[in-house]
Every structure is written in structure tokens, then in C-alpha cells.
Design a protein around this ligand. Structure first.
Ligand code: ZN
Length: 146
């Protein structure tokens, strides 16, 4: 996400659209980009600094820590905010800030069922084992009755 300072009018600039996923150099085993980055930000120049704020969202594929299955997750950054000093280059690249905020909003221990739209297989198996155990408890009682 590069912005040329000459393109920013005094009243600021609104930018929204899509861009290539900025976190593709991460370990592909753990996090895969699943689509483009969506951004909706305002950007401006004031007092020799550049400010930007808005929101970001980035669909990614994560691996569930319980069942190890991959699942889709949307990283949301509702309050993306940057302020930087301007010295030198007229081209400003916001990508490092975007990447950092996306990574900060990644779940540390992703669970595929965290949004409730999916049942984690690992939990399902565990429930199954529990029920099987309960049944065997009953069969022990049956033996006692005999
Ligand atoms: Zn899972």
C-alpha cells in the first residue's frame, strides 16, 4: 500500500479497495492468505507528519490448534491507525504497518469453532470418548446387579 505524498490533497484522501495480501511471506504452514486485503482508510498530511486511520480485513487460512484442520478466518482491524514523521522520500509505504496490525489481530491459538459456524472435530472426538466411557461405566453397574 504505497502512497505518493503529491497525491494527498490538504483535506486528506480516502482510500478504499483491495490489494494483494501483505503477509504472504509468513510460514505457509500456519497462515495462508485466502484472498486480497480489504482496506478503507483516510489518509492525510499535517505538521510534517502523515496520519492514516480506518479499517482493514484480510481473509486467511489458519490451522486449528485442536484438530489441526485448516479453516478460514477473517482478520479484522477495526481501528487501524498510523502516524509517522515525514522526512525524505515522497513515496510512503503503509504495508509494514498494515502487516503489523494484521499480525497483532491474529488469534494466538486459533480454534476452528471460535465463530460458532463449525464443530471442531477434536472436541467431537473427545465427547464421543466421554460417552463411550459412560456406557462402559453403566455396563460395570450391570455386572454388579447380576
Ligand atoms: Zn478444530
Amino acid at each position: 500500500m504505497k502512497v505518493h505524498l503529491n497525491q494527498i490533497p490538504p483535506q486528506g484522501l480516502h482510500l478504499s479497495g483491495e490489494e494483494d495480501c501483505p503477509i504472504h511471506e509468513l510460514t505457509p504452514e500456519e497462515i495462508c492468505c485466502a484472498g486480497p486485503l480489504h482496506y478503507d482508510i483516510d489518509i492525510g498530511v499535517a505538521d510534517g507528519g502523515l496520519w492514516a486511520n480506518g479499517s482493514l480485513s484480510q481473509p486467511v487460512e489458519l490451522r486449528c490448534v485442536s484438530c489441526l484442520q485448516k479453516f478460514l478466518y477473517e482478520i479484522r482491524v477495526p481501528a487501524f491507525a498510523v502516524h509517522m514523521e515525514l522526512h525524505g522520500p515522497e513515496m510512503v509505504d503503509l504495508t509494514p504497518f498494515v502487516r503489523e496490525d494484521l499480525l497483532l489481530n491474529l488469534p494466538a491459538h486459533p480454534h476452528c469453532d471460535r465463530d460458532g459456524g463449525r464443530v471442531c472435530k477434536a472436541k467431537h472426538i473427545r465427547t464421543g470418548e466421554h460417552e463411550a466411557k459412560r456406557k462402559s461405566d453403566w455396563s460395570e453397574l450391570d455386572k454388579l446387579k447380576l
